[in-house]
Design a protein around this ligand. Sequence first.
Ligand SMILES: Nc1ncnc2c1ncn2[C@@H]1O[C@H](COP(=O)(O)OP(=O)(O)O)[C@@H](O)[C@H]1O
Ligand SMILES: [Mg+2]
Length: 592
Amino acid sequence: MAAKRTIRWQSLRQAIGVFRYIGPYRWAFIGGMLMLVLGSVVFMVFPWAAGEMANVAIGKGRFGLTLWDFALLFAIILVVQGLLSYLRILLFAYVSEKGMAHLRTEVFAKLITLPVQYFDDKRTGELTSYITTDVERLQSAFSVTLAEFLRQIIIMIVGVVVLIWIAPRLTLWMLLTFPVVVILAMVFGRYIKRFSRRRQDSLATANHIVEEAIQHIRTVKAFVAEWMEMRKYRNAIDSVVQISLKFARVKGLFFIFVVTFLFGALFLILWLGAWYVSKGMMDVGDLFAFVMYTAIMGGAIAGLGNLFTQLSESVGAAARVLEILEYPSETPITQIEVHPKNYIRGDLHFEDVHFAYPSRPDVEVLKGVHFTIKEGQKVALVGPSGAGKTTLTQLVLRFYKPTKGTIRINNRPIEDFPLTEYRAQLAVVPQEVMLFSGTIEDNIRYGNPRASAEEVRRAATLANAMEFIDRLPDGMRTYVGDKGFQLSAGQRQRIAIARAILKNPRLLILDEATSSLDAQSEHFVQEALERLMKGRTSIIIAHRLSTILDADKIIVLQNGRIVQQGTHAQLLSDTDGLYYSLYKLQATGVPM
Ligand SMILES: Nc1ncnc2c1ncn2[C@@H]1O[C@H](COP(=O)(O)OP(=O)(O)O)[C@@H](O)[C@H]1O
Ligand SMILES: [Mg+2]
């Protein structure tokens, strides 16, 4: 319990931290708050004026005012109220839009500089929700919720003060009954909310079935699984109905409760009021004002619960957003200019490298890997899938740190190089190439944003990509990516190679770059890769061993250990070795 409380305080402290982001707009915020307070007070004059007007109408006015005076007063209230509301909305919009734009950019800058490890444990949706849902929640907190919350509180305080002034006895009755009913209603409301959430969850499950079935419609049809999907969906919908009906019963009970207790209390007050009026202890106008205040305050109380929930959600959102902002970045975002003393040249050494992914610390993926790649050499990594080949390259990229052992370049631990300068000299051609939404030219230029159009073309030519780019409707300007022109795997691969050529790396990593290609594309891609590798240190993870026969060294990895290394001829001579059996399998055409 104590722990829970400290966490709450912690998140409150963090929520207040969000105010830092609206700091530059604080005067607008304070101005908006001022408009709000003024507006609420002006608004609270109205029920009193209406009551007093009723008193004037029956000849019992106390302040010597005429009905015309009230007409004027109402007109003034309306105009002032409108003006104040307009200014308040503008000021709050200004604060929340500017402040949240600032916050959003900060969160994105942070998100994109977080270490890879951070992304392992989170789902993409979860991460993007920081920028979308959470920041939006904060935005509504700053534009509406905080203001409304404050307004309701002002209404209640002013209301109680005015009520005590015009009808102290009746107010006492009201204060004795209403809070009890309201508190009961809030407790009940919380219970109802649980049902509402369960209903939402079960509906989400049902919707997920629809989404998945549509997304994988080809699989569904190929397996004639329409009926199965329909049954799954019907079951899910059935449970939605069941929960909804339970929910409806609870809601119905709540309605009975509200009608009997809330209205019961209201009728009691009304009756008492009528009693006082009949005894001459109260004026009709005052009773009228009293009822209006009570109704307004009832509305305020009802709204408060909701606003309170929204505010505590905003506190949660603020805590999440600030937590991510406080997470240490991998590296600051800077323009990259590699200093000569940070050139990565020389041999690459793996010295007894052990590694387990931070998300699965008990499973050691690399178990003491030890080898050397001489500068300019082409070294191949082979081995069954799951052996740890990709993992090894991720360590070279410094996405993760070895749990034990050191990776050195030119006898300098790679951690000693400034991260951005280091990675600027590496290029990866992965198995599955992702293109960003944009033109082909944009995608190639990803390798070097400062490259000229001429350089982009040259890289594309060297990558054997011009051959197909020129045949596309808009050539280099063809839109690709999610909503653009769909390129084949081999075409995307060649764009990735052009990217790498443009980056002109010192160290090149090819991770099964040709494994998903047909024979013809593979020929084009292989040729482009040979050009790319020339004169650079290259690590090639090869799926087809035929592509690495000329490698300076082949390292055979199995189960996180190096089981063999040497040239193709050397390895092949060991007929008991893993390499021999892998090679024989492929040579006979049986896939690996
Ligand atoms: N991000 C990750 N988190 C946890 N375990 C991982 C991650 N990526 C890969 N692994 C595990 O590490 C092992 C080696 O994977 P990987 O290096 O991809 O093998 P290969 O590239 O040789 O096929 C596998 O057992 C895999 O399940
Ligand atoms: Mg792999």
